[in-house]
Design a protein around this ligand. Structure first.
Ligand code: HEM
Length: 171
C-alpha cells in the first residue's frame, strides 16, 4: 500500500474507532445494522425488480396509451426504491466503519462500490429514458427501447451487487 493510502487508512480508522468499539461490543447494534441493510435491499431491490419485470413483460407493447400507463406505474416505485437505497447506504457505511481496516484494502469492497456506482448511474438513465419518452412522443419508440435496455441492466446489477455484498463478508 502506498504511503498516502496508509495515511488515509490510519486517519479513517482512528476517526471511526469509537463507533467500531461500540459496534464490536453491542450485539443489538450488529443485528439491527445487518437487519436494516437487508431490509433496505429487500425494499429498494424488491420494488426495482418488480418494476423491471413489469417493463420487460410489456416489451412488445406498441400502444402509446399502454406505455404511458406503465410510465405512471414506474413513477410510483421511484420513492420506495430511493428510501430502500438510502437505508442500504447508511447501514453500508456503518458496516464499513465497524471494520474499516479489513474493507478499505479489499478488492471485493471496491468491486462492490463500482457495481453500486453503475447501479445508481443506470437508475438515473432509466428515469431519464422514461422522462424523455414523455417529453419526446415523436421519438418514443427509441426511448422505449432504451428504457427496456436499462431495465435489463437494472435486473443484472441488483443481483450482481447482492452477490458482491455476500462475497464481502469473507473479506
Ligand atoms: C444496492 C446496494 C447494496 C446491496 C444490494 C448490498 C448487499 C449486501 C449484502 C447481501 C451483504 C451481505 C450481508 C451478510 O451476508 O451478512 C452486504 C454486506 C456488506 N455491505 Fe452491502 N449492499 C449494498 C450497499 C452497500 C454500501 C453502499 C456499502 C458501503 C458504503 C455496503 C457495505 C457493506 C459491507 C461493509 C458489508 C459486509 C458486512 C460484514 O462483513 O459483516 N453495502 N451488502
Amino acid at each position: 500500500m502506498s504511503a498516502f493510502l496508509a495515511t488515509v487508512t490510519a486517519a479513517l480508522t482512528s476517526a471511526v474507532q469509537p463507533f467500531a468499539d461500540l459496534y464490536a461490543a453491542s450485539v443489538p447494534l450488529q443485528a439491527g445494522t445487518s437487519f436494516l441493510h437487508f431490509a433496505g435491499l429487500l425494499t429498494g431491490g424488491g420494488f426495482a425488480i418488480a418494476s423491471d419485470r413489469m417493463l420487460l413483460r410489456a416489451a412488445r407493447e406498441r400502444d402509446g396509451g399502454a406505455q404511458r400507463a406503465l410510465l405512471r406505474e414506474l413513477d410510483s416505485v421511484h420513492r420506495p426504491v430511493l428510501v430502500g437505497l438510502a437505508v442500504v447506504f447508511v447501514t453500508g457505511l456503518m458496516l464499513t466503519a465497524a471494520d474499516i481496516e479489513s474493507f478499505i484494502g479489499a478488492p471485493s469492497f471496491w468491486f462492490k462500490m463500482g457495481l453500486i456506482t453503475l447501479l445508481l448511474a443506470n437508475g438515473w438513465w432509466l428515469g431519464h429514458n422514461a422522462e424523455m419518452m414523455r417529453r419526446r412522443p415523436d421519438r418514443s419508440a427509441r426511448y422505449w427501447q432504451l428504457l427496456l435496455a436499462s431495465s435489463v441492466l437494472s435486473l443484472l446489477l441488483w443481483f450482481a451487487v447482492t452477490l458482491a455484498g455476500v462475497l464481502l463478508t469473507t473479506a
